[in-house]
Design a protein around this ligand. Structure first.
Ligand SMILES: C[S@@+](CC[C@H](N)C(=O)[O-])C[C@H]1O[C@@H](n2cnc3c(N)ncnc32)[C@H](O)[C@@H]1O
Length: 177
């Protein structure tokens, strides 16, 4: 299981995101994922929902965002931010791994700035592999750890392959069993 931030640590992280996470960069990253109306999105390690809320606005009423985080405060932040943005298609899930989402149902998984928290890579990527549609994409942004080492540890699971490296992220596809 990943290390859980203290409540103060989590609030400090949300506060620093407010100051340093630029809306134009968030949108640019979402565009790089090829998100479109009607998509089902899994924002794994969503924090306060910096990506979940704009993603929900893009996918619209026919789409949905699952905002998943290990921290109990995350859902409060996401729900408050969803209300502010008048967004109703976000479902919060509190977990460190198993999501309860239907198999083969997610179009895009956002794995942004969270990989460095993972201790049990195999279990988490097994869950992500399970819920992603056969042609779905896993959009990975790596921070705080060496990108090649991180990618190698994912490739070693034999669950995902790198499809392309983009400016702000790496897109992975699931290996079909
Ligand atoms: C640095 S924040 C990034 C938040 C968001 N993805 C972003 O880029 O703005 C990392 C988040 O991942 C969550 N997290 C860490 N390990 C996790 C796990 N195993 N399962 C779910 N969430 C996790 C943390 O609680 C934290 O909210």
């Amino acid at each position: 299981m990943s290390k859980l931030l203290s409540n103060i640590g989590f609030k400090f992280m949300c506060w620093s995101f407010k100051i340093f996470k630029r809306k134009d960069k968030i949108l640019k990253m979402l565009v790089e994922t090829n998100i479109k109306p009607g998509d089902i999105i899994l924002d794994f390690g969503c924090g306060p929902g910096n990506f979940s809320i704009p993603a929900a606005q893009i996918v619209g009423d026919k789409g949905k965002v699952f905002a998943v985080d290990i921290h109990p405060l995350s859902a409060q932040f996401v729900q408050k931010n969803a209300q502010k943005a008048n967004v109703t298609n976000v479902e919060t899930i509190l977990t460190s791994c198993k999501t309860g989402i239907n198999e083969n149902s997610v179009d895009i998984i956002l794995l942004f700035d969270v990989f460095h928290y993972f201790k049990d890579i195999k279990s988490i990527f097994t869950e992500l592999h399970k819920v992603l549609k056969p042609n779905g994409s896993l959009a990975l942004q790596i921070h705080h750890v060496d990108e090649n080492k991180a990618l190698n540890s994912i490739i070693e699971t034999n669950l995902f392959r790198v499809q392309k490296k983009k400016e702000l992220m790496v897109i992975l596809k699931k290996i079909l069993m």
